[in-house]
Design a binder for this molecule. Structure first.
Ligand code: C5P
Length: 212
């Protein structure tokens, strides 16, 4: 195995990339970073301080204070923080600060698994294996809606669907590091595939890359 082995997983909201990343990390014994949490941490800091989401200077300042050891998934996974995160994520200064942290994490031996929107294209273009995980917009909205029901949160399906579509458009349409598959990414469409099947497929590809 090379000194650092990096797996890049990209894809839109609720595609299953985070679950896949966590499963692979457990199986392979590699550290995992959900980079969406770093953008969410910036959005959460601004929302909590009643700061606007469109002031780049204030957002960069919040980004410079993000600590990878203090990302609280339970707090940050709120649906509305995800939408706010995609607004601050369009700012180049915010991205510069967070990408730097993410690269340091990835490049520390023995390597890592990172999931996000620009891992294979920008953060770790030399990753040993790249995946692009996707699913239909309806299926992703259904998953998000289910998650919210399980947490006892009342949510309107059509609102979630519209939100996810708006977030995709923002993430794919921004100038800096738009969401798109890296050229050499393996595509995994999970619309009709459960996470176990996706995991087994991904694991086979990783094992081939490790031995090849
Ligand atoms: O993946 P998650 O839904 O937690 O991401 C929240 C938002 O953070 C995304 O909608 C996207 O705008 C931004 N993001 C990004 N680049 C990443 C990870 C997340 O722009 N690598």
């Amino acid at each position: 195995m090379q000194e650092t082995f990096i797996i890049a997983i990209d894809g839109p909201a609720a595609s299953g990339k985070g679950t896949l990343g966590r499963r692979l990390a457990k199986e392979l014994g590699l550290p995992h970073l959900d980079t969406g949490l770093t953008y969410r941490a910036v959005a959460h800091a601004l929302l909590s301080a009643d700061e606007p989401l469109d002031n780049e200077k204030i957002a960069i300042d919040a980004a410079s204070r993000v600590d990878l050891g203090k990302l609280d998934r339970a707090v940050l996974s709120e649906h509305n923080i995800g939408s706010a995160a995609s607004k601050v994520a369009a700012m180049s200064g915010v991205r510069r600060a967070l990408v730097e942290l993410q690269r340091q994490f990835a490049l520390t031996p023995p390597g890592a698994i990172l999931d996000g929107r620009d891992i294979g294209t920008v953060v770790c273009p030399d990753a040993a294996v790249k995946f692009y995980v996707t699913a239909s917009t309806r299926e992703r909205a259904r998953r998000r809606w289910n998650e919210m029901q399980l947490r006892g949160q009342d949510a309107d399906f059509e609102d979630i669907l519209a939100d996810i579509a708006a977030r995709d458009a923002r993430d794919m349409g921004r100038e800096d590091s738009p969401l798109k598959p890296a050229e050499n990414a393996h595509l995994l469409d999970t619309s009709q595939m459960d996470i176990e099947t996706a995991f087994q497929q991904a694991l086979r590809i990783v094992m081939q890359a490790r031995t090849g």
